[in-house]
Design a protein around this ligand. Sequence first.
Ligand SMILES: Nc1ncnc2c1ncn2[C@@H]1O[C@H](COP(=O)(O)OP(=O)(O)O)[C@@H](O)[C@H]1O
Ligand SMILES: [Mg+2]
Length: 631
Amino acid sequence: MSILNKVRKYRDDENRLKWEGTFAEYLELVKKRPEIAQTAHSRVYSMIRNAGVEVKDGQKSYNFFNREMFGLESALERLVEEYFHPAARRLDVRKRILLLMGPVSGGKSTIVTMLKRGLEQFSRAEEGAVYAIKGCPMHEDPLHLIPHHLRDEFYEEYGIRIEGSLSPLNTMRLEEEYGGRIEDVMVERIFFSEDRRVGIGTFTPSDPKSQDIADLTGSIDFSTIAEYGSESDPRAYRFDGELNKANRGMMEFQEMLKLDEKFLWHLLSLTQEGNFKAGRFALISADELIVAHTNETEYRSFISNKKNEALHSRIIVIPIPYNLKVSEEERIYEKMIRESDMAHVHIAPHALRAAAIFSILTRLEVPKKQGIDLLKKMRLYDGENVEGFNEVDVAELKKEFPNEGMHGIDPRYVINRISSAIIRKEVPSINALDVLRSLKDGLDQHPSISQEDREKYINYIAVARREYDEIAKNEVQKAFVYSYEESAKHLMNNYLDNVEAFCNKNKIRDPLTGEEMNPDEKLMRSIEEQIGVSENAKKAFREEILIRLSAYARKGQRFDYNSHERLREAIQKKLFADLKDIVKITTSSTTPDESQLKKINEVVATLVDEYGYNTTSANELLRYVGSLLNR
Ligand SMILES: Nc1ncnc2c1ncn2[C@@H]1O[C@H](COP(=O)(O)OP(=O)(O)O)[C@@H](O)[C@H]1O
Ligand SMILES: [Mg+2]
């Protein structure tokens, strides 16, 4: 569909969704679908819940955030369960400002933007529909028209509690335009839109000296005073502050803690009492979610200021730490690259992983637990199997530092360094080493890294590099083995046949000649030695394998070459060991002969076809691994 068609369709959809009717008609709608009268907080919560929630290992994961936020499941669960959920049920947290606190580039703004864009869409959906008094600049809730003395009865009949009073402007309009007949007041469906300033607002402080409260709460329109005769006529007031416009939806408060206290007090009364003061009018009721964000330093200095004491209890702080999982970090980079102008550049496999390993290491606290180092902790956090540890250990590790992830390298730094690596290199293809080098070079210019951290970080780059070296060697060796999976499977089956014969004291039959032979001790040992199974331990090892094999058979499962971690490792090492010399000589030869050249071309082709390299990065990889093997 062309873009203009899409625009047209959107407009048509919107026209189709439009609704307008009298308050009496609106009440009919409310009776059928009470959710259209829900509060702003409740609407946000429904929006998140409607997108779906999955529970994995006791951890909730919200589809609403999943599309763009990675590795923050537990922080987001806290956000939803400690704020949105109780706020939706009209509990007291609703009356507090939501403050997301976390390190720079940790996704705070992204979360807020997702909520805003989400609400815009949700207000166009059936379940998220919002209605307002027609012609009201604050899109006031039509139920405010119900007089206070009738609200208990309204609750009896509709099951809906009404909060807030009819605004001064609509009180006047009710009299002037509708002769006091609330049933005739026109109501319309509204659609949230930040661009059109409906239900979504953003407040950014300007210079504290010139900051005008009118930006938040609107102001007198002096040109109309002559017409209406007085400043206290609500028609002479422009309800166009950010708080007015965000009514029924949400307002993002940028740099909130940098603001003057005078400003903060307005907000507090809004959140606390659900109303604010504007001009010379009675208090104006508003119903909106207010979200601010800040970093830890700013927050600490805010709470250490005595003057702000009264504000503390009116803010609810939800920490948004960095992601701590390597594979999720890779997804963050992939997303950021996709969204950037580097999307066309070839990024060799494992380049982002190498960067992610580095970033995560800078964010993790060194474990206190015995027998575990930072690298193992990193693997465990990412859900990998680490011999000798299980989920209980992971939970314990997490408990050691409940506030982990509040410092370290941020994703944007990594993306900036990748981008500068691309600029430096002339070919549009970069690999893990380019990325690690660029990450290292950039540390000098990083504004917020202390000398001490810099040394630690340089060490982490070395660790990431060693991890990458292993990955690179494996990859090349795999590509050298003619059809790796096949070969591994073949060798494994061969081994298992022999083990079975050995344990059962049977002979083995040669598939070609039919001749009976003793189990091939040399073959079995050559595999077992790869993982250090000693002559004395071999019997026990083989028996264990056999037990595992029959356990699989009993359950009707296939025992394949991934079923036994150590055996898999042994098979892989054996395959590689057989090839070691070939790989070494072929990759490091400066003047390869014809057969070597042929092999190199084959390997490059495998790397390109099956492993996601391009010819540049595949050749770079071969050269690098050649140098590693010759060290
Ligand atoms: N956990 C995460 N999942 C997905 N993207 C993330 C995550 N953390 C950071 N990002 C990305 O990093 C960039 C900076 O995030 P941003 O929301 O601006 O951070 P903040 O407001 O906390 O400084 C954005 O492109 C964001 O999408
Ligand atoms: Mg931000």
